[in-house]
Design a protein around this ligand. Sequence first.
Ligand SMILES: Nc1nc2c(ncn2[C@@H]2O[C@H](COP(=O)(O)OP(=O)(O)O)[C@@H](O)[C@H]2O)c(=O)[nH]1
Ligand SMILES: [Mg+2]
Length: 204
Amino acid sequence: MAIFNLKKREIECKIVYYGPGRGGKTTNLEYLFKAYKKQVTGEMVSINTEGDRTLFFDFLPIGLGKIRGCDVRVQLYTVPGQVKYSSTRKLVLRGVDGVVFVADSLDVRREKNMLSLQDLQKNLKEYGKSIFKTPLVLQYNKRDLADDGIPLMSIEQMNKDLNRQLKVPSFPGSAVKGNGVGATLKECLKQTLKSLQKEFKWAQ
Ligand SMILES: Nc1nc2c(ncn2[C@@H]2O[C@H](COP(=O)(O)OP(=O)(O)O)[C@@H](O)[C@H]2O)c(=O)[nH]1
Ligand SMILES: [Mg+2]
């Protein structure tokens, strides 16, 4: 849940990167940390296992400066994607204002993407939120692998699998190269702030 300090005209909101394990959520945040240094207001915190996989979450605070006279701060989180960390995923989702769903374009991850989206829907519902009313953007990640001849799903296929009912903005991307990373987040922020504005009329 966003925090509003009307006296100081400050808003703090929370965006969660959700998606199947190994899809590229952490890599998105790592790229943002490097590419948007000026907006980053603190350290990126990652709580990892011995390997490179997110155990609990990654966290990155950014400041957007003033929007309509309000100081807007955003906290970016990722969830651990592996099936066994279900309770952690739910916990990280608590109080979420907007979601970036990072789908893996690899052919072999088709099922995992769909299951993860269902998991998101279920977890939002448990917090009394509908996936259809939550600011949400899809990213079809790892598009760069097509250049290596690795079989990827087509964008049409991914839209059919994941976005037929949702009809939310979607972006092809490559988190390792940084393609689409900024655009994905910007659209999610836009949707999130629009939704918060409706809810609280803070910018009037
Ligand atoms: N080729 C390619 N590899 C990627 C991309 N995004 C992530 N990866 C790799 O996929 C693996 C899992 O990424 P990670 O960000 O840890 O996934 P997470 O589990 O969703 O946080 C890592 O080895 C990344 O380097 C991408 O856009 N292209
Ligand atoms: Mg991760």
